[in-house]
Design a protein around this ligand. Structure first.
Ligand code: PMP
Length: 388
């Protein structure tokens, strides 16, 4: 017995051994020349992963929520109109953050598991002059994937800053920040970026930086203020020492390694790998009569799958059964339906073998809980899809 559990939640994920080894080296001074180089490499690599060659990257110690906070704190002034397009729990969180900085926030919520028509968004943008809009690429609470490209185009048309919460998508779903004209794309380290929790990562367009520069009032969050961080990022990009708050040196070593691995795999190939694995996994799940939370496969995320428990199966029994079989999954998160579904993360270094392990344990657990299906079906379907 190796007594090893497979972590298959939508972040933190399982990390590459090389990334973990990079974290374990002796901690350097944050102003040592070798560390300055590592930090600079990370900033340059982020521009490549985000496909934002002219963007301004920020790496700050914190979680994804800090990256959301940083976007709101720097771009919102009291009384500004903000539009939140919400496909779940994390969209709703953006409203709370924006409200905290005095925004006048309107929220357009999708029905649970659905997406929102572009016409509805355009009608709202026509109706009222907004300064900023936010959208959640993959809402981790529902597993719904939206298409940011046409929404960012609408934002441009109406002269609105667009912010993409890419916490559950960057390096797993297709993002072309500059081509699509998204002003801010933010994420956290523990998901498809493949680094243990602790880094808030954000790339801002020049337009977003200019809007921040033109503020009439100071940023009301001291730690998140770009006034403090922009000179630091610029210094690291230029290879010179600088200090505002001590960076998490070891996490940044790990980030350099992970971004290198991501770029070695190549973004298009990596995105296709995520798409194929997710599609094959959905087919396998559906083959034994389970249904996914997103209303259609076309809006189902490629980084995680949210799946309803079958009728009569208790979520608690199912999840503890999975843990007993060494597979850690996540329960539901959307407050309105959280006890009715579970979530499987499949991003970053996830492999076909990992998903076979999940399906195998899932079949055994459901079988023991008296769910009626033919044992082996989802595994056969998954393997048939994998070899196509
Ligand atoms: N947005 C999305 C889409 C997320 O999935 C998460 C984390 N699950 C967050 C924001 C918040 O990130 P963190 O937990 O790192 O603060």
């Amino acid at each position: 017995m190796k007594n090893r559990k497979l972590l298959m939640i939508p972040g933190p994920i399982e990390f590459e051994p090389e990334v973990l080894r990079a974290m374990g080296v002796q901690t350097a001074s944050h102003v040592a020349p070798n560390f300055i180089k590592v930090f600079g490499n990370c900033l340059n690599a982020m521009k490549k992963v985000w496909l934002a060659p002219h963007g301004q990257p920020f790496i700050v110690s914190g979680s994804g929520t800090l990256a959301m906070d940083m976007a709101a704190a720097n771009l919102i002034e009291h009384g500004d109109n903000a539009l939140v397009i919400s496909s779940g729990y994390f969209g709703d969180r953006f409203k709370d953050i924006l409200d905290r900085y005095g925004a006048n926030t309107t929220i357009l919520s999708t029905e649970i598991g659905g997406d929102i028509a572009l016409e509805i968004i355009e009608r709202e943008l026509k109706n009222k002059k907004y300064k900023l809009l936010t959208m959640t690429h993959v809402d981790t609470s529902t597993g719904v994937l939206i298409n940011p490209e046409p929404i960012a185009a609408l934002a441009k048309k109406y002269n609105v800053i667009s912010v993409l919460d890419g916490v559950c998508s960057v390096a797993g779903e297709e993002i072309r920040q500059e081509e699509w004209g998204v002003d801010i794309v933010l994420t956290a380290s523990q998901k498809a970026i493949g680094v243990p929790p602790g880094l808030a990562l954000l790339v801002a367009s020049q337009d977003a930086i200019d809007i921040w520069k033109g503020r009439k009032t100071p940023v009301s969050n001291y730690y998140a203020d770009w006034q403090n961080w922009l000179p630091i990022m610029k210094a690291y990009q230029e290879g010179s020492p600088s200090y505002f708050g001590t960076p998490p040196v070891n996490l940044i070593n790990a980030l350099e390694k992970s971004l290198t691995l991501i770029l070695e795999e190549g973004i298009p190939k990596r995105i296709k790998r995520h798409q194929k694995l997710a599609m094959d996994f959905r087919k396998a799940i559906q083959s034994i009569g389970l249904s996914i939370l997103p209303k259609t496969d076309s809006i189902a995320a490629n980084t995680l799958t949210a799946i309803y428990y079958p009728q009569g199966i208790s979520g608690g029994d199912f999840l503890s059964g999975m843990t007993g079989n060494d597979i850690i999954l996540a329960g539901g998160l959307h407050p309105k339906i959280k006890t009715t579904y579970f979530r499987v993360g499949h991003m970053g270094s996830v492999s076909e073998n990992d998903l076979i392990a999940v399906l195998s344990a899932l079949e055994r657990v459901l079988y023991k809980l008296n769910y009626k299906f033919e044992l082996g079906t989802s595994l056969r379907v998954f393997e048939e899809e994998c070899v196509k």
